[in-house]
Design a protein around this ligand. Sequence first.
Ligand code: NAD
Ligand code: IPM
Ligand code: MN
Length: 357
Amino acid sequence: MEARITLLPGDGIGPEIVAQAKRVLDTIAQKYDHQFETPSCPMGGNAIDEFGDPLPAETLETCKASNAILLGAVGGPKWDDPSAKTRPEAGLLKIRKELGLFANLRPIKPYSELLDASPLKREIIEGTDILFFRELTGGIYFGESGRMEHPDGEKAFSVMTYTTKEIARIVRLAAEAARNRRGKLTSVDKANVLEVSRLWRQVAADVIKNEFPDIEYEVVLVDAMAMHLISRPSDFDVVVTGNMFGDILTDEGSMLPGSLGLLPSASLGADGPGLYEPIHGSAPDIAGKGIANPLATILATAMLLRHSLNLETEATAVEEAVARVLAAGHRTADIAAGGKSISTTEMGDCVIQELSS
Ligand code: NAD
Ligand code: IPM
Ligand code: MN
């Protein structure tokens, strides 16, 4: 098939890990006889430096005219000044909103070979297979915000809002996924305190009662969920939650497989291109050292092949290649548990070798 996959390498380790994912795409194209066009566009801090805009109009247009988008990560200390006019992260929020990418899928399934890379006990992690649905274009990230004078000095606010429609559509997608997995859905909120969560809980319950009476459904408060996620992770199947809760819980969840560098994500809308990225950031502490783990981005590439290009065989081939590389004992520093580690490029080499064999 022919497809255009726009690359947004971004900042920090972004270009290092996207380079490895691109090699994987090239290998897949060659092996399965596809033509992938892979333009690379500025976005994030590098785009602020060059164009004064974290998401230049041309980048957005190229993305819109693509079948899928692969993003590394954006941001870094260089652009962290709180009084700056714009930030790299604003570009990421804008592209999610512009493309209507309301559903962020974040699978967490530890590899059996890596059970000892996690700070958690093996018997706790074993059997874990969770699919998070994080709402991505609403909530506190997109509510009204601002600053005002206040007798104490200044006052700032960021408002969390959700509409019935926004809640229903993400809960519906999550419930459909649960139906095709182990049939269990957990909705996470803070309904004991927040009005917005009380609407979330009410709408979610209605959707489940009316459209998914066959699935097992539970609600859990977000603070308790933070604890359950690392004390009994294998009890969860699909988890659905709002934008900020999903952001926080999934970074916590990365300790189940053992590293942020292992978790991919897919951001999907009702139609149009999907955006695929690792859940981690630009890792300024290790940027430029050539030691970042490229596997999250490579696994995001597998999600891209599956969800946007409908290439299930190719997606599975990439995932199985990653599993074989880990089974063979190859480790970047973040999962080496103090043992021998290989570089970002060497990890890319290992995956490509497995794919080509
Ligand atoms: P981070 O995810 O970049 O890093 C957290 C820790 O995890 C660091 O110690 C880092 O070295 C490690 N890490 C992350 N990815 C890794 C990988 N692939 N291999 C090995 N180790 C890895 O979070 P942070 O430091 O809080 O944020 C840094 C910047 O990234 C901030 O500007 C933030 O806004 C941005 N950010 C961007 C995205 C995105 O573009 N989607 C996501 C999260 C954070
Ligand atoms: C993520 C990141 C982003 C988010 C930031 C960089 C805007 O943390 O993709 O998880 O909070 O959504
Ligand atoms: Mn995050």
